[in-house]
Design a protein around this ligand. Structure first.
Ligand SMILES: [Zn+2]
Length: 277
């Protein structure tokens, strides 16, 4: 690295980072995209102080989420929420690999199951976003998106574009969910559900006293002592945070079951129609 470049890098301040004045190529770094990577670990580490701190922080996080989803959609036009999802996934996974696994209570097969579930979830969400980006921006062809508007076209206030066959916009994944990517969204949520159930179970049975139930399934029993050590407290707080995410995933899946799936083409009905004369 040249001396000039080193001097330039050494003069960058946190203020520069937060004000988004660092350019990578021609692209500015949005401070909204960085903040979650700072806030999420602060929440997880501060929560290890005591049970009361954990309850207060998780309650505040939950209320923050309720506030965000209750305000007008166009106000949520920010990369903050997608970064929040990414940073949560990253830190929960790091706590699992760097703290939970170090207790040597997870077998190789259990670890393999969890890592496979994480990989499937990431792949499905990646496909969902890739299809949305490809369809809406036509980035692969390097041309502007010019939709052929149909009766079911809807204007997305966050993407600021007319989207054909749009179902809803997910601020947490920063993309529109419409018919072409809906199956990936749905299977990713189901996979995320399984991943969080398995991950929080491994974490809680490591940090708390485990007991055998339903044959060979291990469940956490007594978590009274977790705040005595930083490592067990961090696992416990991360698992509580993960269970909060699990609640959100369950609500999303229930919402799909009652509101969105009936609007989609029913493949069984199509099959029945084919034989209708
Ligand atoms: Zn959208």
């Amino acid at each position: 690295m040249s001396t000039q470049k080193m001097v330039t890098l050494s003069t960058i301040t946190i203020g520069d980072i937060l004000s988004g004045s660092i350019c990578s190529g021609s692209k500015k770094v949005d401070p909204d995209a960085i903040l979650p990577f700072i806030i999420v670990p602060i929440i997880l580490v501060t929560g290890t102080i005591s049970l009361n701190t954990t309850v207060i922080l998780m309650g505040m996080t939950g209320m923050g989420v309720l506030y965000v989803i209750s305000r007008p959609r166009k106000k949520n036009r920010s990369p903050f929420f997608f970064s929040w999802t990414l940073s949560s996934m990253l830190y929960m996974y790091l706590v699992y690999q760097l703290v939970v696994v170090k207790f040597f209570q997870i077998t190789i097969i259990e670890n393999f199951v969890f890592v496979t579930l994480v990989a499937c979830t990431c792949y499905l969400f990646y496909k969902m976003k890739a299809i949305a980006d490809h369809e809406l921006t036509g980035s692969s062809k390097g041309k502007e998106y010019s939709p052929v508007l149909t009766a079911d076209s809807q204007y997305c206030q966050i993407c600021q574009i007319e989207v054909n066959e749009r179902l809803f916009h997910s601020i947490w994944w920063d993309c529109c969910v419409f018919r072409p990517n809906y199956k990936y969204f749905l299977f990713a949520q189901i996979c995320a559900f399984a991943t969080i159930v398995v991950g929080t179970n491994y974490g809680l049975t490591t940090a708390c006293h485990p007991f055998m139930s339903f044959g060979s399934i291990v469940l956490p029993e007594n978590c009274d002592h977790v705040y005595a050590q930083f490592r067990t407290a961090l696992i416990f707080v991360t698992c509580i945070y993960g269970l909060g995410y699990l609640l959100v995933v369950i609500l999303v899946l229930l919402h799909q079951l009652y509101n969105v799936i009936p609007k989609c083409e029913n493949p069984l009905q199509k099959f029945v129609d084919a034989f209708d004369v």
